[in-house]
Design a protein. Structure first.
Length: 408
């Protein structure tokens, strides 16, 4: 019985040891500040109770069950806050950052060795725009003299791959242009950008080198994207005994904005019932950047129009089709008239004159005197005439034979 009690006590103590740190961490909040493209970040802990006359230190581990072996000084703290600096230049931190995206920080009072924060979970993931020393480049960039730098991952522990993906999200493009015009921080785009990397079609970097502290090289040189626009240059580092790393550099191949002066349509158009008509607006200048337009019909009971300018007639009549540009709200209109189908047969009967004759003096009645299978002007059947001739011929032949026999 005593052994059972001892086992139960041990279990309860173990549970308490696991629960108490979580309870003590419950009131603590942490914010992360990325300050370098090498995984380095500062973690601001708030909700602490510290003695400013004491000294404090921290440790970083891969799991909450791992014991802290190496302690590092905390130099910036108050009675309620402490700033923990995870530097990418420390080999111990590099080992954790390259292994896991979630790490655990323990803070203790160095003066009396009491634990203040026990294995607090922190985010060690590297933002996609921060895995290299570039976050935005222009198309045509030559990397041969200024390589792409990647901390931690290098030619001795990884292979480097890349591919391009055109950005089609107008919100991202609009925000990018705004930041570019105002000379702002492109890292603020991160919350709008993708984080689901492609799963295939990767190409090996043209050059990838480096050992120990980090890697360097270039995807291609010069950089060449397929078309005008803004692109992700996705980067993928497949690690040996390291976690895979994904990120990107934005490639700017946006052409200068050309404002729209005017937009026009034909003044009038006709369309037959049962057919369709597509209107194409003319832009001035022709190479204006934004050619996005909307369409409307003044009377949709007569004809409707879709987003591509395709008009579908509904009934005979007229309606005004209007196109409006997104750039400058320019407008143009076309009066579209729906008409009867040209080859549709008429429902009217032809008029007859002169006792059944047509208006041109001819008649639609059948001429039996020249009907097929009858002799002209007799009305007798050809078959009947032939039968009579055969019958008469047979009778004459029979009569002559009979008379010959009588004279014998």
């Amino acid at each position: 019985m005593t052994k059972v009690k001892n086992i139960i006590m041990i279990l309860l103590i173990s549970i308490l040891l696991l629960i108490i740190p979580n309870i003590s961490n419950a009131a603590i909040e942490v914010t992360r500040n990325i300050y370098a493209n090498n995984g380095s970040a500062k973690y601001e802990f708030t909700g602490l109770t510290l003695n400013t006359l004491h000294e404090y230190e921290f440790g970083l581990t891969k799991t909450p069950a791992t014991e802290v072996k190496n302690w590092h000084p905390i130099t910036n703290y108050t009675e309620e806050t402490a700033t923990v600096n995870i530097s990418g230049g420390t080999s111990e931190f590099v080992d954790v950052i390259t292994s896991v995206e979630i790490g655990y920080i323990t803070i203790r009072d160095k003066t009396d060795e009491s634990v203040i924060v026990n294995h607090y979970e922190i985010d060690l993931s590297i933002p996609y725009l921060n895995i290299t020393n570039y976050n935005v480049i222009n198309n045509g960039k030559d990397f041969r003299t200024n390589n792409i730098q990647v901390n931690f991952w290098n030619a001795s522990n990884s292979y480097a791959y890349y591919q391009y993906e055109k950005i089609t999200d107008e919100a991202v493009i609009s925000k990018y242009k705004e930041i570019k015009d105002n000379h702002g921080d492109f890292n603020s785009l991160q919350s709008l950008l993708k984080t689901n990397a492609p799963s295939s079609n990767w190409t090996r970097w043209k050059y990838w080198n480096g050992y120990g502290g980090g890697g360097f090289g270039y995807t291609q040189s010069p950089v060449s994207v397929p078309d005008n626009g803004l692109y992700y240059m996705w980067i993928f580092l497949a690690g040996n005994n390291m976690r895979d790393l994904y990120g990107y550099i934005l490639v700017d191949n946006l052409q200068p904005e050309i404002a729209l002066d005017s937009i026009s349509l034909p003044k009038t158009k006709e369309v037959e019932l049962g057919k369709t008509l597509t209107l194409t607006p003319t832009f001035s200048p022709e190479n204006t950047t934004n050619k996005i337009v909307t369409w409307s019909s003044s009377d949709e009971s007569v004809a409707t129009v879709d987003n591509a300018g395709k008009i579908t007639p509904k009934e005979i009549g007229s309606t005004i089709i209007t196109v409006t540009s997104q750039d400058g709200n320019k407008r143009a209109s076309c009066t579209v008239t729906v008409i009867q189908t040209a080859n549709e047969p008429s429902n009217e009967k032809p008029s007859l004159e002169n006792n059944g004759g047509s208006s041109n003096g001819t008649t639609n009645e059948k001429d039996n005197s020249v009907a097929t299978g009858k002799l002209p002007y007799t009305g007798f059947s050809v078959k009947l005439i032939v039968s009579l001739i055969v019958l008469v011929s047979v009778s004459i032949f029979s009569y002559l034979k009979l008379k010959k026999y009588r004279n014998i």
